[in-house]
Design a protein around this ligand. Structure first.
Ligand SMILES: Cc1cc2nc3c(=O)[nH]c(=O)nc-3n(C[C@H](O)[C@H](O)[C@H](O)COP(=O)(O)OP(=O)(O)OC[C@H]3O[C@@H](n4cnc5c(N)ncnc54)[C@H](O)[C@@H]3O)c2cc1C
Length: 269
């Protein structure tokens, strides 16, 4: 199938983009942002999504930066998964990029588009959440706000993600991941990531389930030891706040595997 006809615009600044979105809304025309197109283009082709105006983000200068500042990494929303792999080589940043499908997809798929189109079990979402990443969103009136990853499944109408900030602790941390329920490149039933800071013996876990649960929590050294020796304790399972007993058991088992992997210094792919 072919997409329904639309007007294509490629603004070069954030102000211009906000004004295009605002004018479209006032005129009752549906405008959608397009980044790498890996999610949106198939939806337009299948006519699961429709828009009178497609606004390509690839030329917006405020979305193209990739910098390491004192408070961590500031990554413009247009950064592709391939760019994360390249710039973050040897750090968890690279592992976030590598997780997103085959190379042809990674060279187009952007971090901003990935977050907006993500399901609760997306690799983007669980890995960025384990890294305590947050997004900078600019709303339709130009007002900027920060949101933790995982809190932004609903964007404010006409909202634009401009950048993702990842705190500096990832530079000396290791990212361990696991998933169950399906093959790589397909949506898993459960996806889990553990960011482990070996020097501090602390961890941050994020997981999502296909049932829609998504949670993050911190682990201290004593909890890590306990999980490594046995399995996830009832206290930790309770902290997961999972609706289903089966999911809770599976998440606990995956968490046990990840923590034991940190002890064995085995980084999972
Ligand atoms: C073959 C294949 C394999 C894949 N494998 C994986 C995988 O293993 N793991 C995984 O996690 N994902 C996977 N994906 C999903 C992929 O990561 C996403 O499709 C991709 O990241 C979306 O980014 P994009 O730049 O292509 O977004 P687009 O498709 O261009 O846009 C997606 C959505 O985001 C919105 N959007 C885009 N940019 C912004 C912005 N700056 N602010 C606000 N809204 C915005 C768009 O309006 C649209 O609603 C796979 C996709 C394909 C096609």
């Amino acid at each position: 199938m072919k997409p329904a006809p639309f007007e294509f615009v490629a603004p070069t600044s954030l102000d211009e983009t906000i004004s295009i979105l605002r004018i479209a809304r006032q005129g009752g025309r549906r405008a959608l942002l397009l980044a790498g197109g890996q999610s949106l283009l198939p939806q337009l082709k299948e006519r699961d999504e429709r828009a009178e105006i497609i606004v390509w983000t690839g030329k917006i200068k405020e979305l193209s930066h990739f910098e390491r500042a004192h408070d961590g990494w500031h990554i413009g929303a247009s950064a592709t998964a391939a760019r994360l792999e390249e710039i973050g080589r040897g750090t968890p940043l690279a592992s976030i990029g590598t997780s997103v499908g085959p190379p042809a997809v990674r060279s187009c798929a952007t971090i901003g588009g990935g977050i907006v189109s993500a399901s609760s079990t997306s690799d983007w979402l669980v890995r960025l959440a384990a890294c305590s990443a947050r997004c900078l969103l600019v709303g339709p009136q130009g007002r900027a706000m920060h949101r933790a990853i995982g809190e932004i499944t609903v964007l404010p109408t006409d909202g634009i993600i401009t950048e993702i900030v990842i705190p500096p602790q990832i530079d000396d941390a290791e990212l361990y991941v696991d998933r169950v329920g399906s093959s790589r490149n397909a949506v898993p039933d459960i996806n889990i990531a553990l960011l482990f800071r070996r020097k501090l013996r602390r961890g941050k876990v994020a997981f999502g389930t296909s049932g829609g649960s998504f949670a993050t929590f911190d682990l201290d050294g004593a909890q890590l030891d306990h999980i490594a020796r046995q399995s996830a304790s009832p206290t930790i399972v309770a902290a997961l706040r999972l609706p289903s007993g089966d999911d809770a058991g599976l998440v606990a088992a995956l968490l046990g595997d990840l923590v034991r992997a940190t002890r064995d210094r085995e980084v999972l792919p």
